[in-house]
Ligand binder design. Structure first.
Ligand SMILES: [Zn+2]
Ligand SMILES: [Zn+2]
Length: 231
């Protein structure tokens, strides 16, 4: 880590929060999954609408990963209160040392994503009767699939930087279900303003062609004093 990059100190209790988030997230996914399974075995759930929900969740997760990554790369800096250490620093440190993230274990790498998806998962588990079929089940399928893709984002990004990956991962990359290394490589090349999506990366060519992120920086000029030119 270069001298301009403050060390990523872990606050006390960080691991307990990450572990709690992982357990809560997996429990809610299992609970909703059983409810959705009940709706499909007991009829009343629409297969075609479930497919629409899956595709929508796949695209939405990639878009969210791109917007979050773009904001962290482009705005604020590592000293910004609240978001600086937790949100901006991991992305900036990743540009300085792309291989570093491979060393984090599962809980550290995915705890934050699990925490974030509790925001859609908890209200869905409380208020949406996913086992009853119809629109409720379709919404449940969307929320579960979206959450799974968001939780997979860090793993997908890690594997896009890994020299070796299990065969199943390579297959998922080829199928474009998770981010392929050659797609993500464009993001780590000058001028460092393309290919922000890191879940499947499937939206990158479209978003780069329409110039979404360039348009946003024209509206809201970037402030990235400590990351003017990532290596
Ligand atoms: Zn980046
Ligand atoms: Zn990367």
């Amino acid at each position: 880590v270069p001298s301009t990059m403050p060390e990523r100190r872990r606050p006390p209790g960080a691991r307990s929060i990450e572990l709690g988030s992982v357990v809560a997230c997996l429990s809610l996914l299992a609970y909703l999954g059983v409810g959705i399974g009940t709706a499909f075995t007991g009829a009343g759930a629409s297969g075609p609408w479930a497919v629409v929900a899956l595709v929508a969740a796949y695209l939405m997760a990639d878009l969210v990963s791109g917007v979050v990554h773009f904001v962290a790369d482009t705005y604020f800096d590592v000293d910004t209160p609240i978001v600086g250490r937790k949100f901006v620093l991991p992305f900036r440190a990743h540009h300085a040392c792309p291989e570093d993230m491979i060393e984090h274990d599962f809980v550290e790498a995915n705890g934050d994503s699990c925490l974030v998806v509790l925001f859609p998962l908890v209200p869905t588990a409380l208020f949406v009767p996913v086992a009853h079929g119809g629109a409720a089940t379709t919404l449940g399928v969307f929320v579960v699939a979206f959450s799974v893709f968001i939780v997979l984002t860090n793993e997908a990004h890690r594997y896009a930087h890994a020299e070796r990956a299990p065969r199943i991962v390579r297959r998922l990359q080829r199928l474009r279900l998770i981010l392929p290394p050659e797609e993500h490589a464009r993001h780590h090349q000058a001028p460092f303003d393309r290919a922000y999506c890191i879940t499947s990366g499937v939206l990158n060519p479209l978003l780069d062609r329409v110039g979404l992120f360039k348009a946003i920086t024209r509206l809201v000029p970037a402030r990235r004093a400590d990351a003017e030119s990532p290596p």
